[in-house]
Every structure is written in structure tokens, then in C-alpha cells.
Design a binder for this molecule. Structure first.
Ligand code: TYD
Length: 148
């Protein structure tokens, strides 16, 4: 599914990844509103939504890659550091704006860390949960990534 180019605000060094900007309707006293829609900002059919919260600063999450699942992450509240690795290139970025998401394609080792207090991460996923889709061993990931 191809996105409209203007939604891709920044390409990252790691392949299969980029930042997505979604609309922000600033309502002044009424507060803000952001939204995303299929095909406009989200480049896959969403089969699953989950969120990660109440993670301590020292705790790392992720530390795996997916064979098939594609995801878009939004840090709805707070801030995290996101480390990406495609087997060759790496990225290390801060995600801290509710209207900036990160697209994670297939075969991307990712780690989320440095969760600030009250951080909430929202994740949209292209596949149902299946443990078989995970690569949880870094050396296995490296070997498979280099074959591609
Ligand atoms: P996991 O994906 O390993 O979390 P993290 O990316 O933070 O390391 O998931 C943690 C546990 O939750 C694991 O036992 C699988 C389960 N889980 C589901 O059952 N459904 C889901 O959609 C997700 C994301 C996880």
C-alpha cells in the first residue's frame, strides 16, 4: 500500500522504516486531536492494536524483529528512545510527539527504552499476534537479515 508522500516526514537510515506525520487539530482551550486513516497515513490493513504503558525507565521492551508484521507506533504520552537495526544500518531516535509515528517494516530489530513516567505507546499492527512471526534471538536475526 503506497502512502501519500507528504505523510512521510523523515526517512531513517534503517531500511523499511520512516517517520509519519499525522494531522494535529489544535483546539486551543478545547485541547488537541490527532487521527490517522488507512492508506492516508497507515500503509497496511490494521488487524491488531495494542498499547504499552507503565514501563519503568530502566526497562527495555521489544528486542525482537518480525518476519512479516508491519507496525506503526505512536508515543501518545511521554517519551521513549527507539533503537532500530536492519542488520547493517542503525537508528536511534526519540519518539515524543503524539502526532509523529514511526513505521516499522519487516525484519527490523527494534528496542524501546528510556520510558519516561506515564508514557503510553500505541501500536497498530498489520497481522494478528503470532509468536512464530517473532525473531527473538539477535544472532538469528543478523543471519536472516544478511541473506535478504
Ligand atoms: P512482546 O511482543 O514480547 O512485548 P515486547 O515487544 O514489549 O517485548 O509481548 C509480550 C507478551 O504479550 C508475550 O507473551 C506475547 C503477548 N502478546 C499478545 O498475546 N498479543 C499481542 O498482540 C502482543 C503484542 C503481545
Amino acid at each position: 500500500m503506497k502512502l501519500k508522500v507528504k505523510q512521510v516526514v523523515k526517512k531513517l537510515k534503517t531500511k523499511n522504516s520512516y517517520l509519519i506525520q499525522i494531522p494535529l487539530i489544535a483546539g486551543g482551550k478545547r485541547g488537541n486531536l490527532s487521527f490517522c486513516e488507512l492508506k492516508k497515513q497507515i500503509p497496511f490493513n490494521i488487524k491488531r492494536v495494542y498499547w504499552i504503558y507503565r514501563v519503568s525507565f530502566k526497562q527495555s521492551r521489544g528486542e525482537h524483529a518480525h518476519k512479516k508484521t508491519e507496525q506503526v507506533l505512536f508515543c501518545l504520552q511521554g517519551s521513549i528512545r527507539m533503537k532500530l537495526d536492519d542488520g547493517i544500518h542503525k537508528d536511534n531516535i526519540i519518539l515524543n510527539k503524539p502526532n509523529i509515528g514511526i513505521f516499522l517494516g519487516r525484519m527490523l530489530w527494534h528496542e524501546m527504552k528510556n520510558f519516561q513516567k506515564d508514557t503510553i505507546l500505541l501500536i497498530l499492527a498489520s497481522e494478528f499476534y503470532k509468536e512464530k512471526d517473532y525473531i527473538r534471538d539477535y544472532n538469528t536475526f543478523k543471519r536472516l537479515a544478511q541473506k535478504q
